[in-house]
Ligand binder design. Structure first.
Ligand code: ADP
Length: 620
């Protein structure tokens, strides 16, 4: 054939090559999922063309019935999956199948390498499902012709580093993927096996999947069925297909809304966090359909970014089919749907939070930090978001709501106390909490970076202001303790005046002030931000993001009840001339200790070492 002269050979992009090595060489036991991936691609291809045909009906002229067909050739030992969807041209083939690694390729490889037995079934989740064909095939051919174009192409590869593309013959638009099955994969030629796999994984596909002349699936969009007619298994499979996920939905919301704008939503909340949850684009992944025609997956304006963990489908017959995706995103009707959906989701979450707190804790662990972005961004619904928010606190291991916190507040307590930091376990051990613990005053433990930001938007809750325990004077005296305080207070508290003067003199500008502490019971020192200064954690966050250079000097608090502080106070009283070297070293060591307790390095590690050694030596 003259065409064969034009056969071009290409190398897979390095990452794709690595992926193929792993996929082809794996002894993965659940190889059947390749069929799910290929049928899913075929269905996507039909969806895409149906959308294109809205504005260009000629693309589907003469063949408007979309269909997916599976065929086997037992002699040739091939299995093929055909569709009459959008098809691929030469450039599409290059872009999508090999020369350019998709963004999920690296993430998938990492996932697999992380765990020797990494689950290859996740392949679809990373947007590289096509390559799963090489689990069962020693060679894969893709014969394809793009709708509206005359030329057809044959892509072919044995998955070993290279692929070829050549011109080919194909009468109709669409794609046929032919798998030349490996010797150990002949089971996939058997009718019963194919029937079973398609029924298990692809029953929800809304185009008929034909095999031996009959459709294996119901071929109606699952969300158009009545909610009671959809089983949990069907939901799981549809969720996995539409989300490219592999877990179970944590929550399913299937509703029909009739009104000024009518729509159906079939939304899922995953039970494990999707891998792109914290990517800066904060993309939505709920698919938008208009009257059962797939429009777009990443609709801006359909849901707020703080609900980006949602997966599933929204279908409305009241949106216009004849405008571009971009115009659709600014349609006021879409804004109506967004508002309705957002409220619906918040209502469902509130139900879970109040009725099934343990179950809700799973959601909160996965997506709480994302939902809290709503406190910053959604002024209109801020209170409703806040109602659902749960927090760790010194009260115990269970999460608490703000109302529950307020109910537990002590007599004389007028603020909601919190400590913010990066590591929940570390902040729970912070010395700043000692005095609060001793008095039985609960402190919220805030370990998400978004916490610092919503606190700026919500200064109060039920008229109680939020107060960081690492900032300002601790006004614990006014709060009535339920424990008998005492033992520790019995010992006479020395005056620290001279010691404070000596430390101030020695530390100079490094500290803003030095003063006795009311918040410490066990540790000798801690650093706090002065009233009106930026909280320590916020400062650290801004520094890390390059939005702040240097930091503000902090206030050093001394625990008058601590043995070291007492002894130092006595020593300072006797040092009228201010020449006591040990006192000077101790001032720096205490300051550095406070830094270390905050998770920071000593200000001058070499000097820190020298001083520590000097003090130890004199003690020995
Ligand atoms: P995903 O489908 O998640 O994007 P895949 O690795 O399964 O990832 O497929 C890669 C790309 O190849 C698809 O995005 C699509 O552009 C193209 N493709 C795969 N199968 C088909 C098909 N049957 N028809 C048209 N395009 C296809």
């Amino acid at each position: 054939m003259s065409n064969s002269e034009k056969k071009e050979t290409f190398s897979f992009q390095t990452e794709v090559g690595q992926l193929l090595d792993i996929v082809a060489g794996s002894l993965y036991s659940n190889r059947e999922i390749f069929l799910r991936e290929l049928v899913s691609n075929a269905s996507d291809a039909c969806d895409k063309l149906r959308y294109e045909a809205l504005t260009m009906p000629s693309l589907v002229e003469g063949n408007q019935q979309f269909e997916i067909a599976i065929a086997v050739d037992k002699k040739a030992k091939t299995l093929s999956i055909s569709d009459n969807g959008i098809g691929l041209n030469h450039q599409d083939l290059l872009d999508t199948l090999g020369t350019i690694a998709k963004s999920g390729t690296g993430a998938f490889l990492e996932n697999i390498k992380k765990d020797e037995k990494g689950d290859l079934g996740l392949i679809g989740q990373f947007g590289v499902g096509f390559y799963s064909a090489f689990m069962v095939a020693e060679k894969v051919d893709v014969l394809t012709r793009k709708a509206g174009e005359k030329e057809a192409w044959l892509w072919s590869s044995d998955g070993k580093g290279q692929f070829t593309i050549e011109q080919a013959d194909r009468d109709e638009r669409g794609t046929t993927v032919t798998l030349h099955l490996k010797k150990d994969a002949k089971e996939f030629l058997e009718d019963a096996r194919i029937n079973h796999i398609v029924k298990t994984y692809s029953d929800h596909i809304s185009f008929p999947v034909m095999f031996d002349g009959k459709a294996l699936n119901e071929a109606s969009a699952i969300w158009t069925r009545s909610a009671k007619d959809v089983s949990e298994e069907q939901h799981t499979e549809f969720y996995r297909h539409t989300a490219g996920a592999y877990d179970q939905p944590w929550l399913t919301m299937h509703n029909r809304v009739e009104g000024v704008v009518s729509y159906t939503n079939l939304l899922y909340i995953p039970s494990t966090p999707p891998f792109d949850l914290y990517e800066p684009e904060r993309k939505s992944h709920v698919k938008l359909y208009v009257n059962r025609v797939f429009i777009t997956e990443e609709t801006k304006g359909l849901l707020p970014a703080y609900l980006r963990f949602l997966r599933g489908v929204v279908d409305s017959e009241d949106l216009s089919l004849n405008v571009s995706r971009e115009m659709l995103q600014t349609d006021p009707k879409l804004a109506k749907i967004k508002s309705g959906l957002t409220k619906k989701v918040l209502t469902e979450l509130k139900k879970k939070a109040t009725k099934k707190p343990e179950d809700f804790a799973v959601f909160w662990q996965n997506f709480g930090a994302v939902l809290k972005e709503g406190l910053v961004e959604d002024a209109a619904l801020r209170d409703r978001v806040l109602e659902i928010c749960r927090f760790n606190s010194t009260n115990g291991s269970e999460l608490t709501s703000l109302s529950e916190y307020v109910e537990r507040m002590k007599e004389g307590q007028d603020a909601i106390y919190y400590i913010a930091g990066e590591d929940a376990a570390k902040i729970a051990k912070s010395p700043h909490l000692e005095g609060f613990r001793a008095k039985g005053v609960e402190v919220l433990l805030l370990a998400d970076s978004v916490d610092e930001f919503w606190l700026q938007h919500i200064p109060q809750f039920e008229e109680k202001s939020f107060k960081s325990v690492t900032r300002g004077a601790a006004d614990l005296d006014a709060i009535k303790s339920d424990k008998k305080d005492g033992d520790k207070d019995d010992a006479k508290t020395p005056t620290l005046e001279t010691l404070i003067t000596a430390i101030k003199l020695e530390l100079g500008e490094t500290v803003k002030d030095v003063r006795p502490s009311k918040r410490l019971t066990d540790s000798p020192v801690c650093l706090i931000a002065d009233d009106g200064d930026m909280d320590v954690n916020m400062e650290r966050l801004l520094q890390r993001h390059g939005q702040l250079q240097g930091g503000m000097p902090r206030v050093l608090e001394l625990n008058p009840k601590h043995g070291i502080v007492r002894k130092l106070a006595e020593r300072a009283d006797g040092d009228a001339v201010g020449t006591d070297d040990l006192l000077k070293d101790a001032a720096h060591l205490l300051f550095d200790q406070a830094r270390i307790l905050d998770g920071e390095a000593p200000s001058d590690p070499a000097e820190f070492g020298r001083r520590l050694n000097a003090v130890l030596e004199s003690a020995l």
